[in-house]
Design a protein around this ligand. Structure first.
Ligand SMILES: [Mn+2]
Length: 315
């Protein structure tokens, strides 16, 4: 059995551990996630990352852009697996990063960190293919997913989740009481947190066309922010062509971190840096392939400062 240090170095080069090493990694991760509550309370400065979806090479590009822990604090908003070709490498690298730097790296659960979902959208097949038709690795990793926390709060002001709000959710206290260490149910607060989406032009909640969760309007967001004394909701879960989207004057922000999503979209990706004053900066990055084609000196790491007055240009 190799050490965590050795396994971490291997994953930097996309080399996969053995089945029993995956079991060992997941057990260590479960030990750490078990000590975290349903909502984790964090402090700025911190960099927030949206969906990755198995795009390992682009994740490496993300770390080139945003720095690596322990120099940068990270909060990942979920959806590490499915769709892309290297879900195993992504989730193993991030899990090892969590084990190595448990107070510098935080991982939330997305709707794809669920057996029912990742059996359908690529992760299950990838595990079988890379582990000689054995289902064991897929089972170990899904067991770990059951321990991922559901939400984070930064400086008591920014409420962070994968998806969105729930009609059954009044206060954050309702999240604290959830029995989270299980697969994501098809309905209820836990499901809605990872499945829901904000929408313009609607009032209240409507059932989502995704088949789980809800879409919700500005009045829902206003009420939730007011009741819980938060400034903004930071979430992922929806593809943004610019890498991020800002709705309702910044009351809800979507961060998307999978460039050229699935190889089918020509979208940018971003990570959102939150500084000590809760100022937000979107660090835009390209997919690994496009980035490699650029000469280093012309490589442009674009940072955009979030100014609510410019919201209309961003949508
Ligand atoms: Mn999602």
């Amino acid at each position: 059995m190799r050490s965590i240090e050795e396994l971490y170095s291997m994953l930097q080069e996309a080399k996969l551990p053995t089945e029993s090493e995956v079991k060992y990694i997941m057990q260590k991760a479960i030990d750490i996630f078990s000590t975290e509550k349903n909502i984790i309370y964090l402090s700025s400065s911190i960099t927030i990352v949206g969906d990755i979806h198995g795009q390992y090479n682009d994740l490496k590009e993300l770390f080139c852009t945003g720095g690596t822990p322990p120099d940068t604090n990270y909060l990942f908003l979920g959806d590490y697996v499915d769709r892309g070709p290297m879900s195993l490498e992504v989730i193993l690298l991030l899990t090892l990063m969590k084990i190595k730097y448990p107070t510098k790296v935080y991982l939330l659960r997305g709707n794809h960190e669920s057996r029912a979902t990742n059996q359908q959208y690529g992760f299950h097949l990838e595990c079988l293919k890379k582990y000689n038709q054995s289902i064991t690795v897929w089972l170990y990793i899904n067991e770990m997913f059951n321990y991922l926390p559901l939400a984070a709060v930064i400086d008591n002001k920014l409420f962070c989740i994968h998806g969105g709000l729930s009609p059954l959710l009044q206060s954050v206290e309702d999240i604290k009481n959830l029995e989270r260490c299980r697969d994501i149910p098809t309905e209820g607060v836990m499901a809605d947190l990872v499945w829901s989406d904000p929408d313009v032009g609607i009032e209240g909640f409507k059932l989502s066309e995704r088949g789980a969760g809800f879409i919700f309007g500005e009045n829902v967001i206003d009420k939730f922010l007011h009741v819980n004394k938060f400034e903004s909701i930071i979430r992922a879960h929806q593809l943004c062509m610019d890498g991020y989207s800002i709705l309702f004057g910044g009351k809800i922000i979507t961060v998307w971190s999978a460039p050229k999503y699935c190889g089918r979209f020509d979208n940018c990706a971003s990570i959102m840096e939150v500084d000590e004053n809760l100022e937000k900066y979107f660090n835009i990055f390209e997919d690994a392939e496009s980035s490699a084609n650029l000469q280093t000196d012309e490589k442009k790491k674009e940072t955009q400062y979030f100014n609510p007055a410019m919201e209309k240009y961003f949508q």
